[in-house]
Design a protein around this ligand. Structure first.
Ligand code: 3PG
Ligand code: MG
Length: 380
């Protein structure tokens, strides 16, 4: 993988794919609740700009719905507030294009001067970005390619997605991997190459279906998996492979999804149909902490409760503290887990590494081919 130091960028239009997929306020105000991914993207943006590049940032936010650009753009979320925050953090003006590969993007890209930085609108407003059809994605990538002269992949959190801006676009332009991607991969390599044992994996989070799809090979890597939600399908397989699977024994359930919802603790086997699970229960917190105590390597992905609401943050806090107390290599992965650690006020240096990628890290640990890395590895 070439690094950006190997790229000639002076005076050139650089298409930079970043992961600016920041968490937004759960109650719908649209407020950015944690800007960690923007901060993590700053070093490469500054480096490129300092070297005289004309930086054009491509990024996604959320999972917009609808069949056309117009419908998606109307439904949001727009990257505009993210671009504004980026400008504040960067300390220099950042221009914003109201479309992705249309007239506004072209105007913006071609009017940049050396060292200027621009952000294009949410790349997922273009349905072709995430299309399963190679031709559709390829054509969209061609449109994007016209905006720039070289490509830098630095959106580690999205390298597991075979999307146009992540996979197809770098194949069309001279390209390099950004420092964030290179650093993240270096840490994950340590987790796969002879990790100290016991190696404990904690899986929580908001995208359980994503995680079910990748759990198979974790059974080859880990000695123990602490998991919310309970996944009956993997229990037999875990037992066969000698991996200890630890499931929640109790849960906090609430009447509805709100910070002040009425709530109670129930055994995990007696979840009432008219309640929502919002946190790990007290016995589960103690159990998970005990199962982390002797770990020598930990990978934690995904909060175990709705930590954004203080009443339901105790489970995530228990995990965060137990992982912080581990004497060994500890990696916290994912936008939400990293945000949780910061929201709970736990110093970031309590962990060996806080990764910007949850799903991406998991798939890397799985030994899967990550499209965004494959495309960057191809140095032809
Ligand atoms: C993430 O938040 O995990 C990355 O930004 C990728 O987003 P996605 O899961 O919606 O593809
Ligand atoms: Mg994720």
């Amino acid at each position: 993988m070439r690094s950006i130091d190997d790229l000639e960028v002076m005076g050139r239009r650089v298409l930079l794919r970043s992961d600016l997929n920041v968490p937004l306020d759960l109650t719908g105000t649209g407020e950015i609740t944690d800007d960690g991914r923007i901060r993590a993207s700053l070093p490469v943006i500054s480096k490129l700009s300092d070297r005289g590049a004309r930086v054009i940032i491509l990024a996604h936010l959320g999972r917009p719905k609808g069949g056309t650009f117009e419908v998606r753009a109307a439904g949001g979320p727009s990257l505009r507030p993210v671009a504004a925050r980026l400008g504040e953090l960067l300390g220099r003006p950042v221009s914003f294009a109201a479309d992705v590969a249309g007239p506004s993007a072209e105007d913006t890209a071609f009017s940049l001067g050396d060292e200027d930085v621009a952000v294009l609108e949410n790349v997922r407003f273009e349905p072709a970005e995430t299309s399963k059809d190679d031709t559709e994605r390829g054509e969209f990538a061609q449109r994007l390619a016209r905006l720039g002269e070289v490509y830098v992949g630095d959106g580690f959190g999205a390298v597991h997605r075979k999307h146009a801006s992540v996979y197809d676009l770098p194949l069309l332009l001279p390209h390099a991997a950004g420092d964030l991607v290179r650093d993240e991969v270096a840490v994950l390599r340590q987790l796969t190459a002879n990790p100290a044992r016991p190696f404990v994996v904690v899986l929580g989070g908001k995208k359980p279906s994503d995680k079910l799809a990748v759990i198979g090979n974790l059974l080859n890597l880990a000695d123990r998996i602490l998991q919310i939600p309970a996944v009956r399908e993997v229990m037999a397989e875990a037992e066969r492979r000698g991996v200890e699977l630890v499931l929640p024994v109790d849960l906090v359930v609430a009447t509805h999804f709100a910070p002040d919802a009425e709530h109670s603790v129930v055994p995990a086997t007696e979840m009432p149909a008219d309640r929502e699970g919002v946190d790990a229960g007290p016995r589960t917190r103690a159990l998970f902490a005990e199962k982390l105590a002797d770990a020598k390597t930990v990978f934690w992905n995904g909060p175990v409760g709705v930590f954004e609401f203080p009443a339901f943050a105790a489970g995530t806090r228990a995990i965060a503290e137990a992982v912080a107390a581990v004497n060994g290599l500890t990696v916290v992965g994912g936008g939400d887990s990293a945000a949780a650690v910061r929201a709970l006020g736990i110093p970031e240096k309590s962990y060996s590494h806080i990764s910007t990628g949850g799903g991406a890290s998991l798939e890397y640990l799985e030994g899967k081919t990550l499209p965004g890395l494959t495309a960057l590895e191809d140095d032809s």
